[in-house]
Design a protein. Sequence first.
Length: 265
Amino acid sequence: MIMHVYWISGSGWSDPIIVASANVLPNTSIAAISRKSNTIEVFWVGNDYSIQHAYWYDTIGWAGPFALTNPNTVDGWSAQPDLAVVSRNPYDKLEVFFRGREMYQKLHHVYWSEGVPENGFWSGETQIPGSIYAASGKLAAISRASDAIEVFFHGTDYEVHHTYWDGSNWNNGGIVNASESRGDALGGIAAVTRASSSTQMEAWFPTPCSRALQASYTGSNFDFTRGCRARCAWREGGGLVGLARELSRSLGLESSLAERGVDLE
């Protein structure tokens, strides 16, 4: 079942509340969002591998659950099927992303638009072109502008891939950075955009050498936090020498050290 607790200043945490008592896959991920100050939306995978949805409005309390897709829509091979949800425009659209069930498991989504028709509607399930998604992979989604959506996910090569909506079409953003971003497909991906700027976003993910990488987008390309590499260099490059090599590269000291006869290779 799906349980809910809430916190109010001065009152503390509430007792658990049952939001859904049936059609909940035991190992499902859960995604939740608040698109207005008086609404909450929560999503999960049902035991029939459909996308399930419940919502709370301050005027009616909890409603649902409701099925947003047909049964057997979500991939059943994942150990823990993942979901991501984003709100945009600024709050009258919702998009839910998940891994589909076809042979080459693609990224899929369903979306909702307020007022079309009068009470809003959920679309049918749609496949996002070119987005082959690893069986045990994770995903994250953000909206950095009213007409933009960014989705990060593990590809079948376990690199962190990026696809984005530009207001008219889905576009393949490719691998975030092939030489740096190889992720751990059992780990998560987190992404955020800064409210003051639509040209900046950040993504974080673990890698096989147990480091966490931060990828920063500043309007043209992704850059990586070099300090994260330095923290891992001890394991990758052979103890203290590997760490010193990475720090010298990060700080631009290679030429100066070479002039002094210091060889870190």
